[in-house]
Design a protein around this ligand. Structure first.
Ligand code: XMP
Length: 332
């Protein structure tokens, strides 16, 4: 039967066998999965691991700081941050199709990891006088979970619902070999493993956030202005949900910008023609199915008032009352 120390023991042995004495990089997203995957690999191969945090500009407010401070403080892991905001924006310019966005984001992640790995090799060569070959980085750790595999069409007999950025979204010419210690686990099991490994509750208890970030929460083309607007709305929703003590009650609450939709409003003493923001609070056990969360009206009212008052170009807030199925949790 299932228990987290067995999983840890088994995965640590597997990681050691797979990796040997090679060097490994792990992309940290700020989410639970990559944090726990990295902690497992760190336990297995120690400082053969370097974590890479890609700031792709599709992050929520304060996410970068959280990884750079909280995660490093609690694990002591070596972390490299790469500013790739312009690279991702350029790659996404003119693209509205959800699957295309996911594939582009998956590809840019890998290209960024490749560049990071190359930089590490050069650094290692510079440090060792004889230019040792042991500096090579062959492995990439990913926090892929069982549901990601299933929904990307990787499980047996399942359709491709979405290309999760770390499964169906990977480029064909990638040279890394993947290390995926969470591939058989569900989210609650990953959290149990993370707690057993001693990760703090601020990391382990976080609500899920998708690797492609706000890029798949803008329905329409992703631009810097739209990201800024969505980031502001998302921050307000999170602040109010936290203030109402609802963080642990809900599984997650995507905040979505309908960038290609406009509606007429009246704000101040004039007509506006702005965008709607969608709130998508859901309750779930494992994200494979979900129900929409009946949030208190007062909390919804506060979020709606603040977003329409504080976020420019948003004149309407709507609530998504769809379960999964038929709706997925994210809109794209
Ligand atoms: P959906 O939208 O498929 O989402 O119902 C199920 C869960 O997975 C998260 N999600 C992702 N996580 N990379 C991730 O790491 C992705 O590409 C991705 N797409 C969706 C989503 O937030 C929800 O928790």
């Amino acid at each position: 039967d299932w228990n987290s120390s067995n999983v840890i023991e088994e995965q640590v042995a597997r990681i050691r066998a797979q990796v040997g004495d090679a060097r490994v990089i792990c992309g940290l997203s700020g989410g639970v999965d990559s944090a726990v995957a990295a902690a497992l690999v760190q336990k297995a191969v120690g400082d053969q691991l370097t974590c890479v945090f890609v700031d792709h500009g599709l992050l929520r407010a304060d996410e970068r700081k959280q990884v750079e401070e909280d995660y490093v403080a609690s694990t002591g892991v070596r972390l490299v941050t790469i500013d790739a905001q312009q690279q991702f924006l350029d790659a996404l310019a003119g693209v509205s199709d959800p699957e295309q966005k996911r594939k582009i984001i998956g590809r840019e992640f890998i290209r960024t990891f490749e560049a990071a790995a190359e930089a590490l090799v050069l650094e290692a060569r510079a440090e060792s006088a004889e230019g040792s070959a042991s500096g090579e980085v062959k492995f990439l750790v990913q926090g892929t979970l069982y549901p990601d595999v299933v929904e990307s069409g990787g499980g047996s007999g399942t359709a491709n619902i979405k290309s999760h950025h770390n499964v169906g979204g990977l480029p064909d010419d990638m040279t890394f070999e993947l290390v995926e210690p969470l591939r058989t686990l569900f989210k609650d099991e990953v959290r149990a493993v993370g707690r057993e490994l001693g990760l703090p509750e601020v990391i382990v208890g976080r609500q899920p956030f998708p690797g492609p970030g706000l890029g798949i929460r803008i329905v329409g083309e992703v631009t810097a202005e739209r990201l800024e607007l969505l980031r502001a709305a998302d921050k307000i929703a999170r602040e109010e949900l936290t203030a109402a003590g609802l963080d642990q009650e809900i599984w997650q609450c995507p905040v979505v910008l309908l960038a290609d939709v406009r509606s007429v409003g009246v704000q101040g003493d004039g007509r506006t023609y702005g965008h709607p923001i969608v709130l998508r609070p859901v309750s779930s056990e494992d994200a494979m199915t979900a129900d929409w969360t009946r949030l208190p009206y007062d909390t919804l009212a506060k979020i709606s008032n603040r977003i329409t008052n504080e976020v420019k170009d948003v004149n309407r807030v709507v609530l998504d009352v769809t379960s999964k199925p038929p709706g997925t949790i994210e809109w794209e």
